[in-house]
Each structure stands twice: as C-alpha cells, then as structure tokens.
Design a protein around this ligand. Structure first.
Ligand SMILES: [Cu+2]
Length: 143
C-alpha cells in the first residue's frame, strides 16, 4: 500500500523525550516514545527508539494501541520530489545490540482511527509485539 501525503512534510526533525514505563528489565526496550496532537477519528503518528540489548535476535512484528482502531508501521521516502509513505512488510529486524529509531521523515507509526483526541501533555498507549512472543506496553507522550 502506498499513500501519498503532504502531511508529514512539515514534521520537525527533533526527537528528544522520555518514555514512561520503559521495560528496563528486558533485552528489548522502547525509549523516547512520543506522539503529536491529533483529532478524534483522525490519524496520529508515533515515534520511538527500540533497542535490543540482549544477545538474541528478535523482530518487531506489530504495534497496537487501545486508543486507536489500527496501528501500521510506515516508511517515509522521497521520489521525484514527492514524499510518500509505505507500509513496512515483514516487521523490523532487531539484531543483538541494534537500536532503531522511528522519527519524522523516516520510519513512523501510523496510528489510525483515534478513539479520542490526542492533546499536548497527554499520553498514547502503544503495545509492541515481538516475534519472541514478548509484548511491551508503553505510554508515548503527546507533544
Ligand atoms: Cu504513515
């Protein structure tokens, strides 16, 4: 699926922040999770860093949210001056020691069909499902 959009062109390139509920005890951790204000019924975006500090490979296979109908992992790309985004197929490989950042202009979560508006200062729950069977739920800060 290819969705052309101009929406993300204006995204800022900064991605600092602190996530709450980071799963520090596990090999795979989510940090710096954040989102943007968005209207109820609309789509939001999610950004974060996922790190595999363990010795075994894993794969981020899906992300879900209790606050939305559906979450997709997208890759933004530029072709012939047109910004587009494509759904990432096959998950995100997480080799041992790897750290992958979802940030504006690159990989991002498309949070589709928000059940309530996201306001600055609020939180967006995100659940990360790994190939290993583990699930991590964190709260992304809306800002
Ligand atoms: Cu997208």
């Amino acid at each position: 699926m290819l969705i052309k959009t101009a929406l993300i062109v204006g995204f800022a390139m900064t991605a600092s922040g602190v996530s709450e509920g980071a799963q520090q005890a596990s090999a795979v951790q989510i940090s710096e999770a954040w989102s943007r204000p968005a209207a109820a019924g609309g789509n939001g975006a999610g950004f974060f860093t996922i790190t595999n500090a363990g010795g075994k490979p894993d794969i981020l296979v899906a992300v879900t949210s209790l606050a939305a109908n559906k979450v997709e992992m997208h890759q933004t790309s530029m072709a012939n001056g047109v910004m587009s985004m494509q759904q990432i197929q096959g998950g995100i490989p997480l080799p041992p020691g790897s750290s992958i950042t979802f940030a504006p202009g690159g990989k991002h979560l498309m949070v589709m069909g928000l059940k309530a508006a996201l306001h600055s200062g609020g939180k967006l729950p995100l659940t990360f499902k790994l190939k290993s069977g583990r699930q991590l739920t964190i709260q992304a800060h809306v800002r």
